[in-house]
Design a protein around this ligand. Structure first.
Ligand SMILES: Cc1ncc(COP(=O)(O)O)c(C=O)c1O
Length: 397
């Protein structure tokens, strides 16, 4: 655990945006974290749906070590083989023609929004810059991404944001239909709401969005920063729904702990991003790109995605059993290893702290829900171990 003095010092000199937890992790191995006292924690948070390969993964570590010794940072104007290989590897398993590498999820969202707006401006004309997003969505904290965030609390104090943004309802196609027009550049949506409560889009909604965007010549952007990269059992979430967007945003699991993001798209849209219209100093650096290729290769190994589905199912069924048994959680939902349940015992945050005390790292999301997003290498046995901790913490004894 973190001692009081350490936390006081941290709270004094680090900007207070998180409300630090009373723990200090010293190392990680597989799906386990160890604090400075040597106490072991099973990790059901994975750095907020990031560390898909867990900690100290041998191939991951080898890639980083080897690349750091060779060339950790190049020059964004100079393509090195790593960037090309990462691009080829990810495009080969996707429906897209071009990719731009950046460093975070918000940056990926900014890039996709800019691409849609530039395409719209150049093909439909001035004034066609409007953006539609959905209530309870989360797309990041930068000003553009914030403008399309569907959670008011994140916007407070930062307005005015981008003009011409409109909020629709998630899983309500009619609400989008009412707002869409030729002036719309893009509709942006998470196929599975992440921060907003782990709520999968309905098949009807996502298919309807595709048809609506085609009908009005509007770009459809899927923000898969949280639900992509194997999290729900397919490399990209859009594969699960069989609905292909025009642009996609990725980060989190893309680097599995190394800060890298990307947006990809069809040439119809990405060809409007020309020299000078976008860039990123760190984007596509050799180290980040070596990591992307390694992560993708791991995800593509036989059995990897099957494990996400099968072990995810065990977690889901286990949570449903706990819900029936204790009545302390309800509304178990999600796909693959992106799961949540409502907590019925009041505020969820103190419960998360109790879980931590009992050796499980878990997260919250939405109004008052418990979120479970473990490393994707979690085994069935480890899933049961975590479920037992949740069960014990809900009803001790
Ligand atoms: C769906 C989604 N988009 C974008 C972001 C922003 O990513 P980052 O924190 O890397 O900027 C997040 C982060 O939680 C997210 O869940």
């Amino acid at each position: 655990m973190a001692d009081a003095e350490f936390l006081t010092r941290a709270n004094d000199i680090l900007m207070n945006v998180y409300g630090f937890w009373p723990v200090q992790f010293a190392k990680g191995k597989g799906v386990y974290l160890y604090d400075t006292d040597g106490k072991k924690y099973l990790d059901f948070g994975a750095g907020i749906a990031v560390n898909n390969l867990g900690y100290n993964h041998p191939t991951y570590v080898k890639t980083i070590k080897r690349q750091v010794e060779k060339l950790h940072m190049g020059l964004c104007y100079v393509v090195d083989p790593n960037r090309l290989e990462a691009a080829e590897t990810i495009l080969a398993v996707s429906e897209f023609d071009q990719v731009f590498f950046c460093s975070t999820g918000a940056e990926a969202v900014e890039g996709a929004l800019k691409t849609a707006r530039k395409w719209s401006y150049e093909t439909k004309g001035e004034g066609c810059h409007e953006l539609i997003y959905v209530k309870n969505s989360f797309h990041g904290r930068t000003m553009g991404a914030l403008s399309v965030n569907g959670q008011k609390q994140y916007k407070q104090g930062f307005e005015p944001l981008l003009p011409g943004t409109h909020e629709a309802e998630f899983n309500n196609l009619e609400s989008v239909r009412k707002l869409i027009s030729r002036k719309t550049a893009a509709v942006i949506v998470e196929p599975v709401l992440g921060e907003g409560g782990i709520i999968p889009g309905s098949q009807e909604f996502l298919e309807g969005l595709r048809a609506l965007c085609d009908q009005h010549d509007v770009a459809l952007i899927f923000d898969e920063v949280q639900c992509g990269m194997g999290r729900i059992g397919t490399i990209f979430a859009y594969e699960h729904f069989n609905v292909v967007p025009d642009l996609i945003c990725l980060a989190k699991g893309l680097g599995a702990g190394f800060p890298v993001g990307a947006f990809m798209g069809k040439k119809k849209f990405t060809s409007h991003i020309t020299p000078g219209s976008h860039g990123s100093t760190y984007g596509g650096n050799p180290l980040a790109c070596a990591v992307v290729t390694t992560v993708l290769k791991e995800l593509l190994k036989p059995g990897f995605l099957e494990n996400v589905e099968e072990t995810g199912q065990i977690l889901k069924e286990g949570l449903e059993a706990i819900a029936r048994e204790t009545n302390m959680i309800s509304n178990v939902r999600g796909l693959g290893m992106m799961l949540a349940a409502d907590y019925n015992g009041g505020e969820v945050k103190p419960f998360i702290k109790e879980l931590l005390k009992n050796g499980l790292v878990a997260l919250s999301c939405g109004e008052n829900s418990l979120r479970i997003v473990p490393p994707l290498i979690l085994t069935k046995k480890q899933a049961k171990e975590g479920l037992a901790i949740i069960r014990k913490t809900l009803r001790p004894g």
